[in-house]
Design a protein around this ligand. Sequence first.
Ligand code: TXA
Ligand code: MG
Length: 321
Amino acid sequence: MIIQSDLMKAVEILRKGGLIALPTETVYGLGADASNPEALLKIFTVKQRPIDHPLIVHLADIEQLPEWVSEIPDFAMQLGLALWPGPMTLIFKKAPHVSDLITGKQDTIAVRVPAHPIAEALLRAFGGGVAAPSANLFGRLSPTTAAAVREELGDQVDFILDGGQCEVGVESTIIDVSRGYPVILRPGMITAHQIESILNEEIITALRKNSPRVSGSMASHYAPRTKMRLMKSLVIPHFLNELRHKDLPIAILTYSMCPLPQDDVEWIMMPNNPLSYAHDLYQTLRDLDKRDFREIIIETPPEDSSWDAIRDRLVRASHKE
Ligand code: TXA
Ligand code: MG
């Protein structure tokens, strides 16, 4: 349901240089007018985000692309036409007017046309681009509900549009199209396989090391406060056997195992398909993070490429020894 007066209020705030939180199909975003540098600065302050981390500009329609980018390669147009509105971000060579705050002083810009009825209606009513990183504090779990945004940012955001729980649940697939060929910078629920079948060519996935250019590629990111550890299914029974009183309580997230009941061990059965798993993941971690577990153990997800985005987020959220 879209409440017209809420939409108008959000547009007003954007026009005045304020911050709103908006639902998208992936996660909630913290939005500001992409052509207002003062408004953009507020995003960095509120998120406590380093100033050189570039932002994604959200548009209502692919037809607005030429206002923000200077070159649109044919294969990028093909991707945009096939997958937008949807959970995909493309990185283009930027148009000359685009603020350094959006690009992190690079010559490229990230753009996305989101597929959430409220985001679409808002972007249409606003007319311009809305820069929106995920609406969480830097390095933390992205919010997938309006309540989670409130927890993360409180009254530092002028208005939160409530669009229910996000359908996809993890951040968009980021594809760099500025180099003449496509490169996946961040896996998402639009998979390499899907992109390959649209373009009819193989796609490269860039190794995500400690690059500030894609903030999710910092070694530690998307993280709950509770220590989190990935563990193969085979090892979990042995691990449980060896647990000592001081290690408890713990939570275990599995998708394939039957619970082995034990005091102070909370089993969470996650869905065993990647779409539903992604949908539930951040909210589950956020809920567990509020309880006093010593550790959250996560059953290592399958190797299959349809789990790439989930594996990527879990590895980044895990404790580094
Ligand atoms: O699903 C999503 O993408 C969500 C929703 C709100 O749209 N947004 C999101 O934004 O995840 P954020 O800022 O949390 O992550 C966007 C990533 C950042 O890590 C940033 O470094 C990268 O996109 N990025 C933005 N512009 C870039 C550029 N020009 N080159 C390389 N990476 C870029
Ligand atoms: Mg983020």
